[in-house]
Design a protein. Structure first.
Length: 475
């Protein structure tokens, strides 16, 4: 069995920089959005490439931008921060022109230049590290990472001589019938000695209808100069594959999802009742003995504790759940937290940093926005809680609304511990309901409610002081 040369022992690498090509629109995506901004697993494609590059520990990560440069820069900076530097390809005239845009930054450096495409999301840092080390030990002017495909149609072929040495890269449209039978293709991943790279780029000619300058011409030019050009055949074609169409994007999404779910089942002890109808972000974390029902979507950096049950139709995004939480059918939870031993749903909506404290219950058709529901408290039916802070052991009756918006500004509602809010109560913020108070059904509360009192009416007024009534009974 042929050994992958990238897996063989290798020496330490010299300093290097990374150059990521991310300027193109990607016409085959049929989109107004730049290709590297299309999302896989909820993240832009270029995020994955930047993540792998960052793990290598380069001196700098240069990104060639063009279409939607501001958005591409933002995605890169989120992932790699100050490691990033940007160069602009003013006109998209091919990969050679894209690399030439970084000439000022790279030509005089002593570092190796690793060239990547921004649309290769499965590339691993381990593979790139091995490739750079091999290039450094060979002292070649250029190294090319290649793979074999059973169906290489559309890809540039690696042409070798009778001694198995590199001759040139030939594009599909220019390949002879014999060359079209070659299964070894160019992955588009290179290492270069920078001075020799840019010297060769100066001699690249746009010998095509598009008038584009192709980076694939550079290795042949270097070879003709007597420079050494090495090719390393990698064993995993999928890892170095780029995404060019929405169909390919869907295939990668499906692959990523399947791998994520399998890992959670095998390594984390999570049960998926129907894995083929469940979406889990690769960045999500799920604890042991969780049970995930069909048609659940867990997105972003969601963290779910142990022994949780997530039922069908639920979507959870960038949220945190404690242990032993039950999320019933058809809930939406976004940027919020549900603490241990709580129950949410069915048909509940939590958003904008809402917090459900331990042993609390949010029932059917309850919306909680930017609010906190205290420990042991309940809001069971048909309620809107917005910009509210609710204490412990409080019950919110059906049809309650915190009227938080006066047409211009949002205001806070504060409901203290041990409160009973009657059905169809309107709480007109800003307002506070004191500890142990009760509002009668249908009340419209426009002023603060004293502790341990019963209010009723429109507008609500104090009808009883509950502690006095209790004392009278004891007497």
């Amino acid at each position: 069995m042929e050994k992958d040369p990238l897996l063989q022992p290798r020496p330490s690498v010299q300093s290097f920089d990374v150059l990521i090509l991310a300027a193109g629109l990607g016409t085959r995506m049929k989109s107004a959005r730049a290709k590297v901004l299309h999302e896989l697993g909820g993240l832009p494609l270029i995020t994955y490439v930047c993540r792998a590059a960052k793990l290598l520990g380069p001196g700098k990560i240069y990104v060639v931008v063009g279409h939607q440069s501001a958005e591409v820069k933002n995605a890169v900076e989120i992932e790699v921060g100050d490691l990033a530097a940007f160069v602009t390809q003013k006109e998209q005239r091919g990969t050679g022109d894209a690399v030439m845009a970084a000439r000022t930054q790279l030509q005089n450096t002593a570092s190796v230049v690793l060239v990547l495409s921004g649309d290769v999301p499965l590339i691993r840092a381990e593979t790139l590290k091995a490739f750079i080390d091999k290039h450094t030990s060979s002292r070649a002017a250029c190294s090319i990472l290649s793979v074999r495909l059973e169906n290489p149609t559309g890809y540039g072929r690696i042409v070798r001589d009778e001694d198995d040495q590199f001759v040139r890269i030939v594009e599909q449209k220019d390949a002879s019938p014999v060359e079209q039978q070659i299964k070894e293709i160019n992955s588009g991943i290179y290492c270069f000695a920078p001075a020799k790279l840019f010297s060769a780029l100066e001699r690249v000619k746009p010998a095509n209808k598009q008038g584009e300058y192709y980076l694939t011409d550079v290795p042949q030019i270097l070879k003709s100069d007597g420079e050494e050009v090495d090719v390393y055949l990698h064993g995993d074609a999928r890892e170095v594959s780029g995404i060019n169409t929405r169909a390919e994007l869907a295939e990668f999404e499906n692959l990523l999802r399947r791998n994520t779910i399998r890992k959670l089942m095998v390594e984390a002890g999570v049960t998926f009742l129907d894995p083929s109808h469940t979406y889990i972000s690769a960045e999500a974390q799920l604890g042991r003995d969780c049970v995930i029902y069909p048609d659940v979507a867990i997105e972003g950096k969601t963290v779910i504790g142990e022994d949780c049950e997530i039922r069908s139709g639920t979507r959870i995004t960038n949220s945190r759940l404690g242990n032993n939480v039950v999320i019933k059918d058809h809930c939406v939870i976004i940027d919020s937290e549900v603490k241990s031993n709580s129950v949410v749903g069915p048909f509940a909506h939590l958003r904008m940093n809402s917090v459900i404290e331990e042993t609390s219950v949010v029932g059917n058709f309850v919306e909680v926005k930017k609010s906190r529901l205290g420990r042991g408290s309940k809001s069971m039916h048909l309620t809107y809680l917005g910009d509210a802070t609710i204490g412990e052991n409080t019950n919110i009756g059906a049809g309650t609304v915190t009227c938080n918006f006066d047409g211009k500004d949002k205001h806070q509602t504060i409901i203290e511990d041990d409160v009973r809010i009657g059905s169809d109560t309107m709480l007109v913020a800003p307002v506070r309901v004191g500890r142990g108070a009760v509002t009668a059904a249908g009340s419209v509360v426009t002023e603060d409610v004293p502790p341990d009192s019963l209010v009723a009416g429109v507008p609500a007024v104090v009808k009883k002081h509950l502690l006095e009534r209790t004392d009278e009974k004891k007497g």
